[in-house]
Design a protein around this ligand. Structure first.
Ligand SMILES: Cc1cc2nc3c(=O)[nH]c(=O)nc-3n(C[C@H](O)[C@H](O)[C@H](O)COP(=O)(O)O)c2cc1C
Length: 204
């Protein structure tokens, strides 16, 4: 994967988060950070790396992740990964992510994240289960790089379609409706999710 150099202006600020156990056994953070509309861009040589436990709590974060998310390591480890959830991310994308991981598959997804100072950044994430010597999952690992410029515009439009399908529904129903809307939209274009995602990245 290729990446570029960037020097995002990270200004660390504390995020208030509440953590609750969900029926799915993942953990959730509720961020009070408001998006400012400021966008940061990952450099072409930069890779964000984080690892989590099986419930999605961060166990490792590299410097690129901390800087672009305006986080400090001390306030990050042990927190749910939803710490940097952007409110405009459709629930259906995270449903697709977790169902893939729980089935033992690698998952690719375009994700918009929210730094603790309100700036956002787009990534193409590759998330995989980490297995022990007996092949049992012990956590998850994510590498992310900068998406293609074209991908961001296309993905924003698809996410908006998913959000419309999710509007007014409870969390679980919304996630299901959003993921269904994604696959239906792409099926109408004669594409699977993977074909669509790589068509956006192969274009550059
Ligand atoms: C390894 C790994 C990396 C993740 N990376 C992100 C991420 O970069 N941004 C994000 O919003 N959620 C990420 N998630 C998903 C979160 O755990 C969570 O499902 C998501 O933020 C939605 O949170 P919510 O269900 O509380 O709305 C990641 C999960 C795992 C296991």
């Amino acid at each position: 994967m290729t990446t570029t150099q960037s020097r995002p202006q990270a200004s660390p600020r504390t995020v208030v988060a509440t953590v609750a156990v969900r029926p799915t056994s993942t953990v959730r953070a509720t961020s009070t950070v408001r998006p400012t509309g400021v966008e940061r861009t990952l450099g072409q040589d930069e890779i964000i790396v984080t690892k989590t436990d099986l419930r999605g709590r961060i166990t490792y974060a590299n410097d690129v992740f901390l800087r672009i998310s305006a986080l400090e390591e001390d306030g990050t480890l042990g927190r749910p990964h939803s710490l940097i959830r952007h409110p405009e991310m459709p629930r259906g994308i995270f449903r697709l992510l977790w169902s893939g991981l729980e089935a033992g598959r690698e998952v690719f997804a375009h994700i918009r994240n929210l730094g603790t100072d309100g700036a956002h950044y787009w990534v193409l994430a590759h998330v995989t289960p980490s297995l022990d010597s007996a092949g049992r999952p012990v956590g998850y690992h994510s590498n992310r790089r900068r998406p293609s410029t074209r991908a961001i515009g296309e993905v924003e439009a698809v996410h908006a379609h998913m959000r419309r399908a999710e509007a007014g529904l409870g969390a679980s129903d919304a996630a299901e409706a959003g993921e269904h809307a994604l696959h239906a939209l792409l099926a109408g274009r004669g594409m699977t999710y993977a074909q669509w995602l790589w068509s956006l990245e192969d274009a550059e």
